[in-house]
Structures are given as C-alpha cells and as structure tokens.
Design a protein around this ligand. Sequence first.
Ligand code: CAA
Length: 283
Amino acid sequence: MAIQKVMVIGAGQMGSGIAQVCAQAGLEVLLNDISEESYERGIGTITRNLSRNVEKGRMAEDEKAAVLQRFTKSLSLQDAKDVDLVIEAAVENMDIKQSIFKQLDVIAPEHAILASNTSSLPITEIAAVTNRPAQVIGMHFMNPVPVMKLVEIIRGLATSDEVYNSIEELTKKLQKVPVEVNDFPGFVANRVLMPMINEAIFTLYEGVATKEAIDEVMKLGMNHPMGPLTLADFIGLDTCLYIMETLYEGFGDSKYRPCPLLRKYVKAGWLGKKSGRGFYEYS
Ligand code: CAA
C-alpha cells in the first residue's frame, strides 16, 4: 500500500522537521499539536527552512508554495481518521505515548501504520496498548531532521515484515537512509551516543579538562561536527538525562549511571540551547 497521507503528532523541533521532509517528498501532511500556538511555531520553522532552500537556489519559489500547500493544521487526534500513517513525535513519556497510541488505535483506519519517533522508549511496550501491534513501528529521525540522513527503523516484537518494508520504502522516498534495528533500550544511536556524552560530562565533573577543551578534543581528534558538550546542549540536557535513565533502568548496568552534574543542570533548569543555558550560554 502506498503511503499518501500522514499525520505528524507534535510540531516541535523533531515533529516539524519530520513534517517538512514528508511534505517535500509529496505527501499530504496533517501537522498536529495540542495548541494553535505550537502549530504556528512549527509551521513558521518549516517556512523559514523552505525560504532558505529557495535563497540557496535549492528549491524554486513555486515548489516552496506547493510544499506549504500540502500541510493541514490539526488540533485533534480525531483527524487521524483517514490517514495511512501516523508519526508520533510528542514528548518522551511512556504514559503520554501510550495514551496517544490507544486513541489512535480507535481513530485511525484499519490499514494505518502507527509509528513513533521515540529516541529510546520500547516500541513493543507502546504497541502493546493497541489492537494492531503488527502495525506499530519506530521511526527514529535525527536532529536536525532536514539535514541528517539517518532514520533508525525499530522493529517491535510483533512488527510485521510488510509494515517494516512499507516504512523502509517511505524512508527512502524521504531521501533518508533507513537502518534496521531491534527493540532494545536506546536502540543503536542513543546506546552508543549517550554514554559518550555522559562520559564527556563525567570528564568535566572530575576536572579532567574544561568544557571547551573536551569539545575541542572530540571535534579535532575524532572529526565530530560538534563536541559532545555542545551536542548535549543542542539535543537538550533533559533529553540526554531521560535517555541515560532509560538505558540505566533498561539494562540494570551501572555503566549507564547518569553523571550527577547532568542531573544537577537539569534540576537547575539548565536544559541547553532551548533554555538559553546548558554547558554554554546562548543569547
Ligand atoms: N534545520 C534545518 N537546517 C539546518 C538546521 C536546522 N535546525 N541546522 C542547520 N541546518 C542547515 C543549515 O541551514 C546549513 O545549510 P546550508 O548548507 O544551506 O548553509 C547546514 O545545515 C549546515 O549548517 P551550519 O553551516 O549552520 O552549521 P554546521 O556546518 O556546523 O552544521 C549541524 C550544523 C548540521 C547541526 C552539524 O553541526 C552537525 O551535524 N552536528 C551534529 C548533529 C548530530 O549529531 N545530530 C544527532 C543528534 S542525536 C539525535 O538526534 C538522536 C536523539 O534521539 C537524541
């Protein structure tokens, strides 16, 4: 079945990026959020990104208009009644995700696939609250979505091959590279990335080097585009902590213990770029 109409839940950083690449690939997109204000912020970001593509000569002005026309505002999950796919990019909280999937299971057509952009929560546990676990799958996009090529595709315990294949095909249509991953805490991306970030924070906490030095070592020594502390600020320190907690709890292994400095910053409200302060300050 060809996927033509998609609902993206959450118009934040990840949701708006996912919605943008879907619309650019020619899909009809319902961009859903709980408030009008969040929707407007999301569509504003998308419009700015598209305008930049026009300025850079990567997109014609009429193509930008055509992409924007493919969006419909949605403030209710009831709008999922005639979509082929839902991609959920709401907050990283199992109770909220399960509540959304329970509702979607009732509202969305029988053939619809329900995907989650969760960065580390078990797909199998989200699927278990629906009556269609074979049609539930993880589509983990990377931030910033319009730029990053990878989508980790996570098979839940019951995800069918047919659904996996449809999502793999769609990912290619979005000009992204799909990588198949099984459902274990943190999948692959965050199981490898977050302990590195957490270790960089320990390195700072133990006074081994300054934040600038730690970032410089990893940027110049390992050719990473951003140092790990800058990257942590970019991802959000609350998200980093949440993922470390998921790994720690999921594996019960002390090697995933979140650094106390990370906890302290999150408790202080120093969440990184989005709050104006994390390891660095942002104006
Ligand atoms: N949205 C759209 N486009 C963006 C963007 C955004 N948020 N941020 C940057 N870009 C575009 C810029 O417009 C620019 O495009 P042009 O070619 O038109 O100039 C291009 O990306 C490069 O940007 P900049 O020149 O401003 O800066 P840069 O060269 O340093 O690149 C970066 C910025 C792409 C973010 C780069 O620093 C990078 O790759 N950083 C690492 C990102 C990363 O590791 N992401 C994964 C995070 S982990 C994750 O997402 C998983 C999770 O679950 C936590």
